[in-house]
Design a protein around this ligand. Structure first.
Ligand SMILES: [Zn+2]
Length: 170
């Protein structure tokens, strides 16, 4: 858990011919979002989310009010950086603006290990045909490059290196 997750980067164009509304990455500063701590933690290499101090509910994505009991007494807690693929697909067309050059890419639903959190994310470093439901995956932190005035991060997952295991099976 203390190991630094692998880190990559992605970019969005400096000059955009579309309203920022279509930039699907949230502006992550404290002035713009009340879940800025989630992004600060992610930037520091830690996947976190909110947990309700009153009812104990673990949320994902992080919340500012507990959807179970409406308490706003929430705290950030670390999540595992590993999980398994619950489902996955490949995007071959219709990528968001700025991501068309990435096509095709894999998107997946990941069950994090040991907690009741299921999230969707891009699966990097993977071909659709090479993946199987139940495959182990691990967190990858992605720096979002551009527009210039923003510093943002997001999360993806990558298949866990199982070469040793594959060798043992062969
Ligand atoms: Zn609650």
């Amino acid at each position: 858990m203390s190991d630094e997750p692998p880190r990559g980067s992605t970019s969005v164009p400096d000059a955009v011919d579309f309203p920022r509304l279509f930039d699907f990455y949230e502006i992550q500063s404290e002035d713009e979002t009340r879940i800025h701590e989630f992004y600060e933690n992610l930037d520091a290499g830690s996947l976190t989310t909110t947990e309700c101090e009153d009812c104990g509910e673990l949320h994902f994505p992080p919340r500012v009010v507990c959807p179970e009991c409406t308490s706003d007494d929430l705290s950030y807690t670390s999540l595992p950086h590993t999980g398994t693929l619950h489902a996955f697909s490949v995007m071959r067309a219709g990528a968001p603006i700025g991501k068309v050059d990435d096509l095709p890419f894999v998107v997946g639903i990941v069950d994090l290990d040991g907690v009741d959190v299921r999230l969707s994310a891009r699966i990097d470093d993977a071909e659709y045909d090479d993946l199987t439901i139940g495959d182990p995956v691990e967190l990858k932190v992605v720096d979002i490059e551009g527009p210039d005035d923003l510093e943002r991060v997001f999360y993806r997952f990558v298949p866990t290196d199982t070469d040793a295991e594959a060798g043992a099976d062969a």
